[in-house]
Design a protein around this ligand. Structure first.
Ligand code: BDR
Ligand code: CA
Length: 307
């Protein structure tokens, strides 16, 4: 199994990524940390706890991380409703306790205790991961790789073009992570905007008659409607795709590049700028997902929700 730590801001798509991680037989989910992004930090945290409790994952520790981006005021995401997880009445408030430790220190604890290097899967702004790298550089070797949801490179963008929300929300953190020298895979909008929940996918999801199937359907109905209003297409499963690429790396194709984050652009800060041809001789610092097999992604997702 692959030891994984998830850092997230649930968020409907984060929520589904958490469910998939917990249910996948190839992943050993060591812990979950939360960050602000789609909703304020107390909401992303209580959402994470509610999700984990609902799927009987109370043995997976959840810790709350940073409550603001590193250097900018928090701008909330708009894709998930005010609670960050609107759409279902079927998800009780959590009684499972939060780890009594800051998320950044908790990442250090998990990595220190892990017998082998761990895969980090950040699906929110990169604040916690950047803080961890600044605070615990001696533990960097315990990170096997980082498979993150973030970035927009070719043409499919959303939010304020040409940026992607997770990077836009904390661009300084993204730069710190990209400068780390770690093995990084960026699963950005170029691929995630090709895994859309629309009528065909709803038909499959309706066949999953378990309580989990019903909650996921409620979430996605809400999420799809909001997306359609904002972007004219169905709900993009951004974060589940990043997680799925850990379970099955063949779901995506990647291309190496040097990526810089625009930190000063008046209207483009947070943009991910890739030097694909190594024109500036800076060396590659990441692998960018360029293609996705969406059919196989959905098969994987259904199978994990079904079993
Ligand atoms: C990212 O932003 C959030 O709204 C989603 O959860 C995803 O992580 C997509 O840009
Ligand atoms: Ca997210």
């Amino acid at each position: 199994t692959i030891p994984v730590l998830m850092d997230c801001d649930p968020g409907h798509d984060d929520a589904i990524a958490l469910v998939m991680a917990h249910r996948s037989p190839v992943i050993d989910l060591l812990g979950v940390t939360t960050v602000c992004g789609n909703a304020p930090p107390e909401r992303t945290t209580s959402n994470a706890l509610r999700i984990m409790q609902f799927i009987d994952a109370t043995d997976v520790p959840v810790a709350q991380g940073c409550v603001t981006p590193l250097a900018r005021p928090l701008v909330l995401g708009t894709a998930d409703g005010p609670t960050g997880l609107d759409g279902t009445t079927y998800l009780p408030e959590a009684t499972m306790p939060l780890v009594p430790m800051h998320g950044v220190d908790f990442i250090a604890k998990i990595l220190r205790e892990a017998p082998e290097p761990v895969v980090l899967v950040p699906t929110g702004p990169l604040t916690n991961i950047a803080m961890f790298l600044l605070k615990y550089p001696e533990l960097k070797h315990k990170i096997d790789k980082i498979v993150l949801m973030g970035g927009a490179f070719y043409r499919r963008t959303e939010y304020i073009t040409p940026t992607e929300f997770n990077i836009f929300c904390d661009p300084e953190a993204a730069r710190i992570v990209l400068d780390s020298g770690l093995d990084i895979i960026m699963v950005g909008l170029d691929v995630t905007m090709h895994v859309l929940v629309e009528e065909e996918q709803f038909a499959e999801l309706r066949k999953i008659e378990s309580p989990l199937g019903k909650v996921v359907l409620d979430w996605l109905k809400f999420y799809e409607k909001l997306h359609r209003g904002q972007m004219g297409v169905g709900g993009a499963l951004h974060d589940p795709l990043a997680l799925a690429a850990v379970i099955d790396p063949t779901l995506i194709e990647t291309r190496e590049a040097h990526v810089e984050i625009d930190l000063t652009g008046t209207y483009t800060f947070g943009a991910t700028v890739a030097d694909f041809w190594n024109e500036r001789k800076l060396g590659n610092n990441t692998r960018i997902a360029t293609r996705v097999d969406s059919g196989r992604f959905f098969e994987l997702m259904y199978s994990l929700l079904r079993d």
